[in-house]
Design a protein around this ligand. Structure first.
Ligand SMILES: CSC[C@H]1O[C@H](OP(=O)(O)O)[C@H](O)[C@@H]1O
Ligand SMILES: Nc1ncnc2[nH]cnc12
Length: 290
């Protein structure tokens, strides 16, 4: 099978892509177990992509149960070099209103229960994560927003995404504190997803769809899942339009990203010093070193 260079991970409210053609399901297992669901392979605007519903079709996985390592490993095994993620988020800023789009450039990770690395157990690497979002991919997303010509929704290019463990939403005190840390948006899924993508040398960027005001705002209603999913559904078609433009732009240039060589300066254990089991477990990630 030819490599599929673009992966799309759909979050809450985005469990399939209407614009995908020539689709086929790809059921796969990985050294980290099965991904959230079967991947859907197909063409988006004529470009090969692999789509995965982060919470599974039917939304069955809470954020802490998402098999992040299996999801990223499955994408890597297909040849994915660019990962576009779609996420519902709460707004933490007055200027970001529900239905606005945000392209985060930073994350703060408050998750507690998740396997956060492919490394350990016989192989050590320390990837650089100062800039966890690929700048080139983010700028492709920003250009795609301009291509789409949405008249009625705003784009905020940049901002910090605070990732909480969930599945409960935040307390008012937490929400106020996250704001004081500089948060622009809040969600429950982009970590460790972004970090694992970096370890897998996949360029990563998220389009975050603001769905609510979380619970810090003195004059706005507090978030509920019903509000968040309702607003996400109102924006799901626009998200897919944006992705179509992004995929077309990506395929025109295939920008080189620092993420694509992240392990060059990060891998501490020489592959020759790894056991056969470790090399097999990490084979999709370390192929270029083996
Ligand atoms: C249903 S609202 C809370 C839910 O939505 C976000 O998920 P995703 O990033 O996959 O769109 C948030 O992180 C929570 O998992
Ligand atoms: N307010 C919020 N907090 C965490 N995750 C969210 N996803 C959508 N809205 C959210």
């Amino acid at each position: 099978m030819d490599p599929i260079r673009i992966g799309i991970i759909g979050g809450s409210g985005l469990y399939r892509m209407d614009g995908l053609t020539d689709t086929r399901e790809h059921v796969v297992d990985t050294p980290y177990g099965p991904p959230s669901d079967a991947l859907l392979l197909g063409k988006l605007d004529g470009v090969d992509v692999a789509f995965l519903a982060r919470h599974g079709r039917g939304h069955k996985l809470i954020p802490g149960q998402i098999p992040f390592r299996a999801n990223i490993y499955a994408m890597k095994s297909l040849g994915v070099q660019y990962l576009l993620s779609v996420s519902a988020v709460g707004s933490m800023r007055e200027e970001i209103a529900p239905l606005d789009m945000v392209l985060p450039d930073q994350f703060i990770d408050f998750t507690r229960t998740r396997e956060g690395s492919f490394f350990g157990n016989g192989a050590v690497a320390h990837v650089a994560l100062a800039d966890p979002v690929c700048g080139a991919l983010r700028s492709v997303m920003a250009q795609a927003y301009a291509d789409a010509g949405f008249a009625d929704i705003r784009l905020h290019d940049g901002g910090t995404y605070v990732c909480i463990e969930g599945p409960a939403f935040s307390t008012r005190a937490e929400s106020t504190w996250y704001r004081s840390l500089g948060a622009a948006v809040i969600g429950m899924t982009n970590m460790p997803e972004a970090r694992l993508a970096r370890e897998a040398e996949i360029a990563y960027a998220t389009v975050a769809l603001a769905t609510d005001w979380d619970c810090w705002h003195p004059h706005q209603v507090c978030v509920t899942a019903e509000i968040a999913i309702g607003n996400l559904q109102a924006n799901a078609q626009r998200a897919q339009t944006l992705l179509g433009h992004a995929v077309r732009r990506l395929a025109a240039t295939w920008p080189v990203s620092a993420a694509h060589s992240a392990l060059s300066s990060a891998l501490v254990t020489p592959p020759a010093a790894m056991t056969a089991e470790v090399r097999a477990r990490l084979s999709a990630l370390l192929a270029r070193f083996l």
